[in-house]
Design a protein around this ligand. Sequence first.
Ligand code: NAP
Length: 333
Amino acid sequence: MKTYKVIVAGATGMVGRKMLQVLEERKFPVGELIPMASARSAGNTVSFNGKIWNVQELNEENIKKSGAEIALFSAGGSVSKEFAPICAKYGILVIDNSSAWRMDPNVPLVVPEVNREKIFSGSKIIANPNCSTIQMVVVLKPLHDKYKIKRVVVSTYQSVTGAGQKGHDQLIKEWNEEEIKEMKFPHQISFNAIPHIDDFLDSGYTKEEMKMVNETKKIMGDNSIEVSPTCVRIPTIGGHSESVNIEFEKSFELDEVKKILSNAPGIIVQDKPMEKIYPMPIWAHDKDETFVGRIRRDETVKNGLNLWVVSDNIRKGAATNAVQIAEEFIKGK
Ligand SMILES: NC(=O)c1ccc[n+]([C@@H]2O[C@H](COP(=O)([O-])OP(=O)(O)OC[C@H]3O[C@@H](n4cnc5c(N)ncnc54)[C@H](OP(=O)(O)O)[C@@H]3O)[C@@H](O)[C@H]2O)c1
């Protein structure tokens, strides 16, 4: 079997470590792993497939001599902006987790369950969408195909892990009443809900909210879908949750909606509210699928549907989606 030389840029971070786990679990054919991070981590090691691998500094010289074919990036936007084109120059396919390239018209933005075909556009950089957007579009796509979505109102309940290792650590330190030298969130996160993720824009929306608006249109390939988002950080760890209200052009039957979602790729329907079964971060944690429940009609509008959608933001929202793109790429058209 052909194997690949794979760079994982940001291998010491929260998403990068999960990428290593997911590559291993899904038996991606890695012949040689090239873990990279900042100069701070050069010389450290990571373990992968039962071996210890040295972390290298991410720089042009190391990229050039790596001979890699695929690079999975999760080292932040400015790092991707600088080094993704350098990888592309050496013929390496980059799958980038940051927001740096997502809205570039020449870069495909891919969720394999939704727009797998874009992987083969010829671009050497493929962008992985924002975590909150990925889990939502996995659910929207099969419903849009059948009933055509007019408008989505989404409110998110996002895990502290969405802010990386430092976000996770702030919550744990607050719980343990340890001193926090550098606050990752603008306020205490324990026992709190903060309606503020990423920077505010003049419009009053945050950048995180506008990612949900713009990325949804691009991935679904339909600019007519209106998205009205509110993104909130809450003190959970296992995944992001979303209340999703959808208005369709066409009428629907609830039983048919449940059947469509049950048969759609990457989705598990958890919808037995009388038995207290509905998606929750503690159940979605460390799973690859997107979980949907509380499936019910919005009785206040024509053709309205309410859903509760939960997924592990570090897996499907980041690492798993990136590894799936790599899997589809090596499978080919
Ligand atoms: N957390 C999520 O839910 C999520 C979801 C989707 C996408 N993402 C995106 O994935 C990226 C990483 O997020 P994360 O949560 O894993 O953050 P993180 O835990 O803070 O990890 C950051 C990683 O980037 C590396 N890095 C930082 N500066 C670097 C530089 N100048 N050169 C090379 N490597 C550098 C770090 O290496 P050192 O250890 O050496 O500092 C570390 O490996 C971000 O772009 C984020 O937006 C995150």
